[in-house]
Design a protein. Structure first.
Length: 154
């Protein structure tokens, strides 16, 4: 089983659907209808390729064959720092190395990223200090801080 993060979704699906947005799912999904279409496309891709699809943005969406998670953690400064998407992907991979369920591992990786981002943004001056604070917060994450996770499962 695999997990696919949003940058790869820019290429569209084998079924010829329109590629999903590449600058964060919420940047192109301004209406409820557009979001519903993107989630349907993500689920089709998850079923078609037997994987977990992750669309990141102000709200992160993780979609599998039969489960969906909405994660509402993170901060706007995360989009101002180069490499945050790569960090999310690395945290998903690290979670998948120790978590047998790819869906849960993907949710865990995105929660780690989002919670660390929120905590870092609370004590920074801008993107430069945010990046350093993010690394510090990621290093210092513990069970108490992870209680800040805002995840809705369906």
């Amino acid at each position: 089983r695999k997990s696919l993060r949003d940058r790869a979704l820019a290429h569209g699906t084998k079924s010829g659907r329109t590629p999903l947005p590449t600058r964060g799912v919420d940047s192109a999904l301004k209406t409820e209808e557009a979001l519903e279409d993107a989630l349907k496309d993500a689920q089709s891709l998850a079923i078609e390729l037997d994987l977990v699809v992750c669309m990141s943005g102000p709200t992160d969406w993780i979609v599998s064959r039969n489960r969906t998670a909405r994660i509402e953690n993170g901060h706007a400064l995360m989009s101002r720092v180069t490499g945050m998407g790569c960090v999310s992907t690395a945290l998903i991979a690290a979670s998948a190395a120790v978590w047998p369920d790819p869906f849960e591992a993907t949710v865990a990786g995105m929660v780690l990223t989002g919670v660390a981002g929120e905590l870092a943004a609370a004590d920074c001056q801008g993107p430069g200090s945010f990046q350093a604070r993010f690394l510090d917060e990621l290093y210092a994450l513990d069970a108490k801080k992870l209680q800040l996770a805002r995840v809705t499962l369906t």
